[in-house]
Design a protein around this ligand. Structure first.
Ligand SMILES: Nc1nc2c(c(=O)[nH]1)N[C@H]1C(S)=C(S)[C@@H](COP(=O)(O)O)O[C@H]1N2
Ligand SMILES: [Mo]
Length: 332
């Protein structure tokens, strides 16, 4: 499939006049730096590290010091305001680290992100283990801003860093019999002491049909806002599927399996009538307990008007054809 330029992917035809200027990113870097040095002055470096996950030394340039110095392209918007770094790193779903939105930023500090490998197995030429540092070098890293719609009815606009998952799949050499891909997240009860708060059968598992996995929008994600992923956002590597509800995007990926059958997935196992395998964002198919027609954008005041949710989260031009002829009420 043709790989479009990241900017056109980002915006779904947003004019270049709406691309966020570089200065905005620079401003963000300064704000973050002064926040960090302020925290250090107060003797609260550990707190800052816990809250932000992977951080750079105050006073150094994020591009020079960060592990992601090679990111290509400027951070762009979808024509909408980016969700602030603060909001997208303190309002998270990561149930291994607790069920409240504020828990992952407080609790994920102990996630060991090095050494880190992804084990690839199933219907492949040969089983392989990829080290995170080789994954980072496999393809040029791109800034890709995507809307993120959680099944709970809120949304964000997130400047991710990564590259198309299809580039990684090439290295995995799947057999033609592979029809599905399964993603498994890191799980260690000693590190993720909060995992007992929910009745999830760990590790977190998600899955895609092969064509969905190969879609150029499907992002193997290693960073956000130009830097490495904070732990609470799924460090050091996770999936992002912008046309699906957020739970399809498994965090902290440690294993990928190529299969001929649809894999079991965490939320579908837990409540099959509420969470389907496909889980494409669809304002016309309500959750049994609430409407999916509108959403609240995180960072806006709670009394702000909810915005209409878009079919496929607005990415229909890139993904709708994969579901031609499918009854999306049945395959929700
Ligand atoms: N391993 C794992 N992955 C996960 C989750 C989780 O609890 N555990 N939550 C999912 C849900 S419901 C959402 S909305 C997104 C949140 O990603 P973010 O915190 O980076 O915005 O992660 C998804 N991936
Ligand atoms: Mo979610």
């Amino acid at each position: 499939m043709l790989l479009r330029k990241p900017n056109s992917l980002d915006g779904c035809d947003i004019p270049s006049s709406q691309i966020t200027p570089r200065e905005k990113f620079e401003q963000f870097t300064r704000d973050r730096r002064s926040f960090l040095s302020g925290a250090a002055a107060l003797g609260a470096t550990t707190l800052a590290a816990d809250r932000l996950g992977n951080i750079f030394e105050p006073g150094t340039d994020v591009r020079a010091a960060g592990k992601l110095a090679t990111v290509q392209g400027t951070i762009t918007t979808t024509g909408e305001q980016l969700t602030s770094y603060q909001d997208l790193t303190t309002f998270n779903n990561y149930y291994e680290f607790g069920v409240d939105k504020s828990d992952p930023s407080k609790n994920a500090g102990g996630l060991p992100t090095r050494p880190w490998t992804i084990h690839v197995s199933g219907l492949v030429q040969k089983e392989q283990t990829f080290d995170i540092d080789s994954i980072l070098k496999m393809h040029a890293l791109e800034n890709r801003t995507y809307r993120h719609r959680c099944v709970e009815g809120w949304s964000m606009v997130i400047p991710w860093v990564g590259y198309s998952f299809s580039e990684f799949v090439k290295q995995c050499q799947p057999l033609s019999s592979a029809k599905y891909v399964q993603f498994l997240s890191y799980f260690n009860k000693k590190v993720e002491k909060w995992s007992g708060e929910s009745s999830i059968d760990w590790p977190y598992s998600e899955g895609l049909r092969m064509d969905e996995a190969m879609n150029p929008l499907t992002l193997l994600t290693v960073g956000l806002y130009g830097d490495v992923l904070p732990n609470q956002n799924g460090a050091p590597v996770r999936m992002v599927l912008p046309w699906k509800y957020g739970f399809k995007s498994a965090k902290s990926t440690v294993a990928i399996r190529f299969l001929d059958k649809q894999p079991p997935t965490t939320w579908n196992d837990l409540a099959p009538n509420e969470y389907g395998f496909y889980s494409n964002v669809n304002p016309n198919v309500d959750h049994p307990r609430w409407s999916q027609k509108t959403e609240r954008r995180i960072g806006q005041p709670f009394y702000a008007q909810r915005r209409p949710t878009l079919m496929f989260n607005g990415y229909g031009d890139y993904v709708a054809s994969m579901y031609n002829g499918m009854d999306l009420r049945k395959y929700y």
